[in-house]
Design a protein around this ligand. Structure first.
Ligand code: NDP
Length: 451
């Protein structure tokens, strides 16, 4: 039965923070019609003006950073420090794409009998479907290039976490971006999302979410030959060689899994350790994990908050059977808490094969470099990963051999506004961020002029 209104819950306190009306097919169609009506105007805004509007939006996000970070923290249960960093990145993403507007253009190609030239053209109305784990951040990764290329947008945030997108929509208007260019529709994925996927006037779906839903988006898009970009799940490896700086690797490893309470598609949730360093690294990792500060997201010192919902906590708990290698502490009382958990596993275990999307890491030993590569690639996913070694040639060799879209060496960090992000295998296809994302939101038109 279709609900008319629904409540949003703060996952750290279980308190209601808002009540919203739920959109359905009719509101989705209305939003698409508005986006379509705004398209001709927006695509014809002079590039320098479009850049100026995006720049103004970036500045407005900076000016409202604290407010947006508080909204995100309360709605998702994120530590406030992390939420601020995410909103900071949103501003950087809009700055980047403001700068990119007039640097993405066609070419002239030498041919006989005339002149051949290409144009970069917008696609039209694009549907952007985003998940609850990094609501505003992931929305900006799609909005930036979509708007820079001259598309208009219908944005569907996850129903659990729509508040930051709704506030951003107001800032978009305050920036002077015309009405209808960005439309936010809040409603369930299986109704609003699916309608966007099916709608004949939507040219492309930019989707981030689970591999399972992504599969349905891809199938649904076939009926209208829609373009799709899919950023899906992951089961990434953190590969630690015995020749690494083990202290540094162990100090960083918890944050590669437990950031955002493990609700991160890039989580390096399989920690692969060379057998000769396994015991020592395991002890260092336990010590470092014990230090992760779990608690009230509003506390400046907090590093990990609760999971998004009670239901999600049940799913995460189902992955941990028996006594783990290490289980951390959580606050008592209200909130959807789950402790940092380390489990010794083999790569065939469920915990090493499926995405947990919670603060649970599997520790897996390997024999040598070839074994590490084999285990790391033995997964249907291919999103991210890290390699820890002091041997530069090995770092490059292993980076070349791993099936992943985004890797880091001696670091957990793999997401920046200017560098491409996305997966291989069942983690999806298409690239977000950097100049690469512009290819996913534009079409190349080729014109031959006989001379
Ligand atoms: P879901 O796939 O369930 O949802 C993602 C989005 O799709 C939500 O907005 C959801 O709406 C919508 N949706 C749900 N059903 C449909 C449908 N039938 N048609 C169209 N849209 C639909 O993922 P979660 O929100 O649970 O997020 C967690 C998952 O996302 C994890 O598996 C994670 O790995 C992945 N993820 C991947 C990232 C990447 O970049 N590769 C980044 C972040 C997350 P609603 O929730 O409102 O129903």
């Amino acid at each position: 039965m279709h609900r008319m209104s629904f409540a949003l819950i703060n996952p750290a306190t279980e308190e209601r923070i808002a009540e919203l009306e739920e959109a359905g097919v009719e509101q989705t169609d209305e939003a698409v019609a508005r986006a379509r009506a705004a398209f001709e105007g927006w695509r014809n805004v002079a590039p320098t003006d479009r850049a100026r509007l995006l720049r103004r939006l970036a500045t407005l996000v900076e000016e409202h950073l604290e407010e947006l970070a508080r909204i995100e923290s309360q709605n998702v249960g994120k530590p406030i420090g992390g939420a601020r960093a995410e909103v900071g990145m949103v501003a950087q993403v809009f700055h980047f794409y403001a700068g990119a507007v007039d640097k993405h253009y066609g070419e002239t190609i030498p041919v006989g009998g005339g002149v051949d030239l290409t144009f970069r053209e917008p696609l039209g109305v694009v549907g952007l479907i985003v998940p609850w784990n990094f609501p505003l951040n992931i929305a900006s990764w799609k909005l930036g290039p979509a708007l820079a290329c001259g598309n208009t947008v219908v944005l569907k945030p996850a129903e659990l976490t729509p508040l930051s997108a709704l506030r951003l929509a107001e800032l978009i208007l305050d920036a002077g971006i015309p009405e209808g260019v960005v439309n936010v529709v809040v409603g369930p994925g299986r109704i609003v999302g699916q309608r966007l996927v099916e709608h004949p006037d939507v040219a492309k779906i930019g989707f981030t979410g689970s591999t399972e839903v992504g599969r349905g988006v891809m199938a649904g898009a076939a009926a209208t030959i829609k373009r799709v970009t899919l950023e899906l799940g992951g089961k990434s490896a953190n590969v630690v060689f015995a020749d690494a700086d083990l202290e540094q690797a162990a100090a960083a490893a918890p944050y590669a899994v437990f950031d955002n309470a493990g609700q991160d598609c890039c989580a390096r949730s399989r920690i692969l350790v060379e057998r000769s360093a396994y015991d020592r690294f395991g002890q260092l990792l336990i010590d470092a994990t014990r230090n992760v500060k779990v608690g009230d997201p509003q506390d400046e010192a907090t590093e990990m908050g609760p999971l998004i919902s009670a239901q999600h906590r049940e799913t995460v708990a189902s992955f941990v059977n028996g006594e783990p290698l290490f289980r951390g502490e959580t606050p008592l009382g209200k909130g959807f808490w789950f402790p940092c958990t380390l489990v010794e596993a083999s790569n065939d275990d469920r915990i090493a094969r499926e995405e947990v999307f919670g603060p649970v890491a599997a520790l897996i030993p390997f024999a040598d470099e070839a074994d590490a590569i084999r285990i790391a690639n033995d997964t249907p996913y291919g999103l991210s990963g890290s390699i820890w070694t002091e041997n530069g040639a090995r770092a490059l060799r292993v980076a070349r051999a791993l099936d992943a879209g985004v890797l880091s060496v001696n670091s957990n960090s793999s997401v920046r506004p200017s560098t491409p992000f996305g997966g291989v295998k069942q983690s999806g296809f298409g690239r977000e961020l950097g100049m690469h994302a512009l290819d996913g939101y534009s079409e190349v038109k080729n014109v031959f002029v006989a001379t």
